[in-house]
Design a protein around this ligand. Structure first.
Ligand code: AMP
Ligand code: ZN
Length: 115
């Protein structure tokens, strides 16, 4: 996916503030954070969104979820954090390369405000 910004980050073609990398995933700080700590974890494999995930991706996605609390703790989020995966236009997704937002610190409001 040559026009995918997160593929370019994963391949080192666009800089990022990296906080974790292994053979199959990468974590880096969000360029426009919504909280004191806001980073995202992406697979190096291009997967446009969670809607494209198949059984073959289950182990990778599981490893990403299991890694998330460790990375959150390393960023000082000992008291907890929020994970968000926006999926598709209907889910407010803007970058079409699957990513888990990990958000915390400060005052994290309820996820959905009920009127
Ligand atoms: P989403 O709405 O879930 O697709 O989120 C996309 C996120 O990517 C937003 O929070 C952006 O601030 C973030 N983002 C876009 N470009 C970059 C970049 N070059 N480096 C880091 N984060 C980025
Ligand atoms: Zn991509």
């Amino acid at each position: 996916m040559t026009d995918c910004i997160f593929c370019k980050i994963a391949h080192g073609e666009i800089p990022c503030r990296k906080l974790y990398e292994d053979g199959e995933m990468l974590a880096f700080h969000d360029i426009n954070p919504v909280a004191p700590v806001h980073f995202m974890l992406i697979p190096k494999l291009h997967l446009a969104s969670l809607a494209e995930a198949e059984d073959a991706h289950a182990a990778l996605l599981g490893r990403m979820l299991v890694l998330s609390p460790r990375l959150a703790r390393e960023q000082g989020l000992e008291n907890g954090f929020r994970t968000v995966i926006n999926t598709g236009k209907g889910g407010g997704q803007e970058v079409f390369h699957l990513h888990i937002h990990i958000i915390g610190g400060g005052n994290i409001p309820p996820m959905v405000r009920r009127s």
